[in-house]
Design a protein around this ligand. Structure first.
Ligand code: FES
Ligand code: FES
Length: 252
């Protein structure tokens, strides 16, 4: 007799309903039922941290929890990081691991990223000791940890720079859903007081460009491929790349 029960997991912003046996581990549900194999299994006994995911914002070892215990929870796995509001193509933590060579074989990396994410959500400017403490449940057999610490420091600096450049709006948005953040993850949605256009609705017209470096892709009439006009515009700040192109005798 099967004793399966239906549970609901919201993973990386998408709600899933799955049938699981009571003894099914969350990591197996994530990997096998949802086919999200970025979450790794290194030991299945709670020692290595390779299976770390965020459950309702808290890092947990998904091999130590039954899937049924996570019924109704919000789960974040490594696959969802690039869609977070603070990501810009890839998440600053992923960028940090790339720039600072924070991985060798990469087996521990998804778990490290999730522990790093939980840390930076809690403490945006951690010192080295705090970082080492935060990843103390994640084992790495390759790197010696030094570059992993640097990777997380890189991400903390990058997030701070982005927040400063964005007037704190990135930090404020980190609690919003990805869908609310817009097609670029919400990093370029501020209307320009110097003539930039209003931000478009989600999925707005990507074929137009107002000339701001952080253009959100809304309508302005400028040729999105006329880089010279766009650069002129960035200099004069009037948001009118079409006029700049006309000044040069080009048609837009
Ligand atoms: S697989 Fe979960 S801690 Fe190792
Ligand atoms: S990079 Fe190989 S286990 Fe960490």
């Amino acid at each position: 007799m099967t004793d399966e029960r239906e549970i609901t997991l919201t993973v990386n912003g998408t709600e899933h309903t799955v049938e699981v046996e009571p003894r099914r581990l969350l990591v197996h549900a994530i990997r096998e039922d949802l086919d999200l194999t970025g979450t790794h299994i290194g030991c299945d006994t709670g020692n290595c941290g390779a299976c770390t995911v965020l459950k309702d914002g808290e890092p947990i070892k998904s091999c130590l929890m039954f899937a049924a215990q996570a019924d109704g929870a919000e789960i974040l796995t490594v696959e969802g990081m690039e869609d977070l509001p603070e990501a810009d193509g890839i998440h600053p933590l992923q960028e940090g691991f790339r720039e600072e060579h924070g991985l060798q074989c990469g087996y521990c990396t998804p778990g490290m990223l999730m522990s790093g994410k939980a840390l930076l959500d809690e403490d945006p400017d951690p010192d080295e000791e705090t970082i080492r403490d935060a990843i103390s449940g994640n084992l790495c057999r390759c790197t010696g940890y030094q570059n992993i610490v640097r990777s997380i420091e890189y991400a903390a600096d990058e997030l701070a720079d982005r927040a400063a450049a964005d007037g704190g709006a990135v930090a404020a948005r980190t609690g919003e859903s990805t869908a609310d953040a817009g097609p670029d993850g919400g990093t370029a949605q501020t209307p320009s007081p110097e003539g930039g256009h209003e931000p478009p609705a989600v999925g707005g017209d990507a074929d137009t460009f107002c000339g701001r470096e952080d253009c959100c892709g809304g309508p302005s009439g400028a040729d999105p491929f006329d880089r010279e006009a766009l650069l002129d515009d960035a200099e004069d700040g009037n948001g009118d790349a079409a006029v700049d192109a006309d000044d040069r005798g080009d048609s837009v």
